[in-house]
Ligand binder design. Sequence first.
Ligand code: KIV
Ligand code: ZN
Length: 518
Amino acid sequence: MKRREEMIYDSHYNRLALLGKEVRGVSIFDTTLRDGEQAPGIALSMDDKIRIASALSDLGVDVIEAGFAASGDSEKETIRKIKELNLPSKVCSLARSVKGDIDSVIDCDVDYVHTFLATSDIHLKYKLKMSREEVKAKAVDAIEYARSHGLTVQFSCEDATRTELDFLKEMHIAAQDAGASVINVPDTVGVIYPSAMTYLIEELAKVTKVPISVHCHNDMGLAVANSLAAVAAGAEMVHVCVNGLGERTGNAALEEIALGLYANFGVETVNMERIGAVSKMVSRITGYPIPYNKPIVGRNAFAHESGIHVHGVLNNAATYEAFRPELVGMDRHIILGKHSGAHSVRDRLNVLKVEFPDERMNELLAKIKEVSVGGKEIDDAELIAITDHILWSRGEEDPIKLKEFAVFTGKGVTATATVTVEVDGKKRTSSSIGIGPVDASINAIRCAVNEKITLEEYKLSAITGGSDSLCEATVVIKGAYDDRRLSVGKAVGLDIVATSVDATMEAINRDYIRGERS
Ligand code: KIV
Ligand code: ZN
């Protein structure tokens, strides 16, 4: 990989603010298969989980929380299968602080357990109905039990960020004395603020000798910021989910944490160039779409459309990008659409090796604007079709102008079209029916222009596969001006009927122009 400075174009204020804060190693604890799967609507099969676990391991996460063993036999079986893959990542299971749950983890043959027990007064009063002393004793018992079976234990004080500080410190001391190797600080309902997280971690670090980890939820949109603040304050492990999946609004997104750690602290935690592919894979398997504007992996993360931005990015990507897409296995997209300017269109034509004269660029931009109504993006095949069409078209005034055109169609009704054309400055309006809207429209044009016109050939094709694809209509007619000669008309557009009408008018006009010149 290239040097960090060549990949990231961040703010120099970050370095000033973080001066003196040295962060050495940070481990990534991925809980996509546990907290991520708890997101409403996600239900992963054993095969799904195995595929995701392998991808996470290739990505290089340190720990995979593969599930919650006590939740059922098939969950146990899945965790066992993941462990049997012998992946380089450690495989862990969640467990409540009860012996039965820890026995289920032992049944899976894993050697790492994540135990938890709530410690905030709200949870003690309304959920657990236990005193602080009882909670502490229960957590300690579970940790000691797991340790006595040879398990590595990470312990979480659930709802830590709403737990009274002295009690939280007491819990940390008790957990480490009982043998926990890592103590996690969950922001269970995503309520803490970054500088408060800094304060909390610094306070806990005063009494915690084992590494501290953080598990931040995103209810207030601060999961990533809080996790990074925790790292700056001394946390050594971050819990993440791919694409920010998880309960309610999710957990800190793996991709954002990995990038944030690298950009701000120079810490490389995972194989970042695999991030894009893993994100897509998890989205496909879970059925949770990646929002277009999702940082790092969203479709728009490296997409530029407006003329000013494209011009800047083509000269130097740092003008409008925070980091290079290849750093995270993504691609840059220069989008051709409503906001495109001549620079982006010219650049795309150069890439496609399409020669197009500068003097017709305005026509091309106008056509791109016309067909990108409603936010449609123009892909390469469509751009080529539009340029072909402009180069093929005459670029001169039509002797017969289409002034108005309307078509009425539906199921169980006869398609009817009405057109108004202008010939020699005079308007002519005609209506006609047909077996469909295209047929009715072409019939109406014939009636308005010249009844002798016959349709010899008609071809319609979608340029790309999508339902919003541009279409290309080719019409061959006879008898507009000269009834022995064939005349071809072509048009490109979004609407099948309107494009067919444009192609018909083009064929008629070509025949007229040729006829009047000969
Ligand atoms: O959000 C949370 O508190 C959890 C615990 C199990 C750590 O997911
Ligand atoms: Zn959680």
